[in-house]
Design a protein. Structure first.
Length: 135
């Protein structure tokens, strides 16, 4: 299976909860039932960094999962809430929000950080500051 091929093992309890269903199918059904999905677009002069561990959990109070998929676009998921149905919406992220997301992604990365050339200097400065803090 996909999980085993990538070094993941489900506990017996987790495997039982799938009732023999394919994990990808299970997660897709869960997201459709429990989450609202929407697109976040980076501010015009900013880009998201990408990494080997790109999914952020609870980066903002109204976003449960956020994952940049291009330098300018991130997919976001939040728990479904009838009063604020955001399914299919677009949100524009200001400069400060993009910087926060990028800092979180850099902190979250295991090994690789990929950034657009326009964001290279800011990313290097952030990483140098992190290195100083960790010394």
């Amino acid at each position: 299976s996909f999980l085993k091929e990538n070094g993941f093992e489900l506990s017996e309890e987790a495997a039982d909860s799938l009732n023999g269903e394919n994990f990808i199918d299970f997660m897709t059904a869960f997201i459709e039932k429990e989450c609202s999905a929407f697109i976040a677009i980076a501010a015009e002069n900013k880009t998201f960094v990408l990494s080997d561990k790109p999914v952020l959990i609870d980066p903002f109070p109204d976003v449960h999962y956020l994952m940049p998929i291009t330098p300018n676009i991130a997919i976001c998921f939040d728990w479904k809430d009838i009063s604020k149905n955001r399914n299919g919406d677009f949100s524009f992220i200001n400069d400060k929000g993009v910087d926060r997301i990028n800092n979180l992604i850099c902190n979250n990365a295991n090994r690789w950080i990929v950034c657009h050339t326009t964001n290279k200097d800011n990313t290097i400065r952030f990483l140098e500051k992190q290195e100083e803090i960790n010394e």
